[in-house]
Design a protein around this ligand. Structure first.
Ligand code: KIV
Length: 274
């Protein structure tokens, strides 16, 4: 793509505009400059510097160990490529749960690192954090449903919203959560791991755009973790599609290199100096 044909920078007000015009939005995670430039060149609307960095990059079972310092570091790397896509910085576990003041201070650090909107998990219980951030002029993306930072409460990363009742994660509670996030001033809402009928109902009821993952086609946009989309992970998920098999390609390439080193075929004359 030539610089002249590059679409305009995707900004926070464009979330509402695209939603109004019913144009779907795409979001993909990236955690460093190389992959941020790849997904940006491919025309994604939003780059989520997600705390999924804890599982896909750091190799941990959950996202709970990710620190604010880790997130600042990864946001800085993504921001360095000055993407056309909107940079979404994920607030990690522990950076906003204790108080609204923590939420505002943590969000300011991600904005200073280069995030253009911050994301945080939860519904009714974080509504005051979202309002405080909006009051501080920091755009917010909510995240409800299967919220990986609630790993222990959920008993693992389990689909939410299938049952009814009063406890956390029921259909009724998720509708309340969605309403609370929307009413507190969030600019968008991620819905993860819920039945598509519920995601559709939430999307119809809230005023902000919804971004789904494992939530069906009726959301205003979709998000995937880059490693799943590119087939980089050894694991697969029923809600994610691998649009390429990059792990196989990478293993084959490195295997070929190892073979050529072992047989003396690398380096050849063309790649050697006289
Ligand atoms: O951290 C992340 O990648 C996320 C997405 C799964 C929405 O929160």
């Amino acid at each position: 793509m030539t610089p002249n044909s590059r679409p305009p920078k995707f900004t926070v007000p464009m979330l509402a505009e695209r939603h109004r015009n019913k144009i779907p939005m795409s979001m993909v995670t990236a955690y460093d400059a190389t992959f941020a430039s790849i997904v940006d060149e491919a025309g994604v609307d939003m780059i989520l510097v997600g705390d999924s960095v804890g599982t896909v990059m750091q190799g941990n079972k959950t996202t709970l160990g990710v620190s604010l310092e880790h997130m600042e570091y990864h946001v800085q790397m993504v921001a360095a490529v000055k993407p056309r896509a909107l940079i979404v910085g994920d607030l990690p576990f522990g950076s906003y749960q204790a108080s609204t003041e923590d939420a505002v201070r943590s969000a300011i650090r991600l904005i200073k690192a280069g995030a253009e909107i911050v994301k945080l998990e939860g519904g009714v219980h974080v509504a005051d954090r979202i309002a405080a951030l909006a009051h501080a002029d920091i755009p917010v993306m909510g995240h409800i449903g299967l919220t990986p930072q609630s790993y222990h409460r959920m008993g693992g990363n389990k689909i939410q919203g299938r049952s009814s009742g009063d406890s956390a994660g029921t259909k009724e509670r998720l509708l309340e959560d969605a309403h609370a996030v929307d009413a507190s001033g969030a600019s968008a809402l991620v819905i993860e791991g819920v039945p598509q009928t519920l995601a559709k109902e939430i999307t119809e009821k809230v005023s902000c755009p919804t971004i789904g993952i494992g939530a069906g086609v009726h959301c205003s946009g979709q998000v995937l973790v880059m490693h799943d989309l590119l087939g980089l992970s050894a694991r697969t998920f029923s809600f994610a599609r691998a649009y390429a098999q990059m792990r196989t390609t990478a293993v084959d390439a490195v295997r070929q290199y190892v073979h050529e080193v072992n047989t003396g075929a690398w380096p050849d004359d063309e790649h050697s100096f006289d």
